[in-house]
Design a protein around this ligand. Structure first.
Ligand SMILES: Nc1ncnc2c1ncn2[C@@H]1O[C@H](COP(=O)(O)OP(=O)(O)OP(=O)(O)O)[C@@H](O)[C@H]1O
Ligand SMILES: [Mg+2]
Length: 375
């Protein structure tokens, strides 16, 4: 039992609200002390999944186990689970320490116990020096720390976080991402972290569950999600892609697109010969040449239409004869000195090309809102 403390298992969990299927036969396992993110577009069922884990909602069908125990019908306060929300409501008239102590006081815990637990929790989030301040005397990041201390003070085996950094500005959010990850590895509590920011999920998680329409599209570590997306949706939602529409050939190892031949050395179980397919190539996988390469495979000619400086990387926009834009991003020291308006060839390695069936991909291309932002 000890070793299962903090584990989570969802088995075919479905949640319907009238005719809306918010969560659709979702199965998922989370290991004790794992940092797992639920990542996906608005409305894909992230919050509903968390609310079922916390006990605020009961599944319409399926089973949920926390620390190896079935939790059907167990009320929230008996689940040894805590939740931190984006809009964490601290009590404005109470000090930082009183806010953190609130739950323990409600449970009528021993005074000296409370004091030592609160002290420890404030230490964890580096808020001990500000223990006597009121919430309005704190910055947004400091308030979020207090909310975290409050959620951690009774040492839940599972902490659920619903976009907890969403209200913070970018720089503070990035700092808190690092701190939160560090804190999680120190306390050894399972974290399930909801976000629609792919950068946040990539930087913090042990594993990411990419969700779409109430189900999990792919569950894997960040490298696998980024480098080997299991579907066109995952490929397009995480980071940016150049998508080439065309026809699959040779068991999906080739896509013929607009007269070009794009070769992939990755297996494409999806792509059927002769059927519409989509090749995905990341901007950082594209190289630019000023002369035509000898091998016509994986080389697309165009005109350099734009150069933007993104700090440590330079982004080039190449326009093909068919008016397709190809994005290329190169680290500043490796970026060639090129003039806008000149002829260039885009090229890439076949192991950086992923091929998908075009039918599912249509969803990604038709709805740009479903595509993740860089944060
Ligand atoms: N109480 C409810 N009654 C009816 N429909 C609901 C209810 N709660 C959620 N839904 C619907 O279920 C779907 C999933 O909602 P959910 O809040 O889980 O999405 P989400 O992934 O958290 O989205 P966001 O990123 O916008 O927070 C949505 O279509 C939503 O409108
Ligand atoms: Mg939500």
């Amino acid at each position: 039992m000890q070793s299962e403390e903090g584990s989570v298992r969802l088995v075919d969990v479905t949640k319907r609200f009238a005719d809306v299927v918010a969560v659709d036969s979702l199965s998922l396992r989370v290991q004790p002390a794992e940092f797992l993110s639920l990542l996906g577009p608005s409305g894909c069922g992230k919050t509903t999944t968390l609310r079922m884990l916390a006990g605020f909602e009961e599944p319409t069908a399926g089973e949920i186990y926390i620390s190896g125990q079935a939790v059907q019908g167990t009320p929230p306060h008996k689940r040894n689970v805590n939740t931190v929300f984006q809009h964490f409501a601290l009590f404005p008239h109470m000090s930082v320490a009183e806010n953190v102590a609130y739950g323990l006081r409600q449970k009528k815990e021993d005074k000296s116990q409370i004091a030592s637990k609160v002290g420890e929790a404030l230490e964890m989030v580096k808020m001990s020096p500000l223990a006597n301040r009121k919430p309005r005397q704190l910055s947004g990041g400091q308030q979020q720390r207090v909310a975290l201390a409050r959620a951690l003070v009774n040492r839940p085996s599972l902490l659920l976080l619903d976009e907890p950094l969403g209200a913070l500005d970018r720089k503070l959010r990035e700092e808190m991402q690092i701190e939160l990850k560090l804190l999680q590895s120190q306390v050894g509590i399972t974290f399930i972290f909801v976000t629609h920011d792919q950068g946040e999920a990539l930087s913090m998680s042990d594993r990411i569950a990419v969700m779409l329409d109430g189900h999990v599209e792919q569950l894997a570590d960040p490298d696998t999600i980024y480098d080997s997306p299991a579907s066109a949706f995952v490929a397009g939602f995480i980071g940016q892609q150049n998508f080439f529409e065309g026809t699959a050939r040779q068991q999906g190892s080739l896509v013929e697109s607009d007269g070009w031949t794009i070769r992939s050395s990755n297996q494409s179980p999806d792509a059927v010969d002769g059927r519409p397919a989509l090749a995905a190539i990341r901007p950082e996988a594209v190289q630019l040449l000023e002369e035509q390469p000898e091998d016509p495979v994986n080389s697309v000619p165009g005109t350099l239409a734009g150069i933007s400086h993104l700090g440590d990387v330079i982004q080039f926009v190449v326009l093909t004869k068919g008016h397709k834009e190809i994005l290329c991003r190169l680290p500043r020291p490796r970026a060639p000195k090129l003039e806008v308006g000149g002829d260039v060839w885009c090229t890439w390695e076949p192991d950086l090309v992923h091929v998908f069936d075009a039918q599912q991909a249509a969803v990604v291309l038709a709805d740009p809102a479903a595509t993740g932002t860089d944060g």
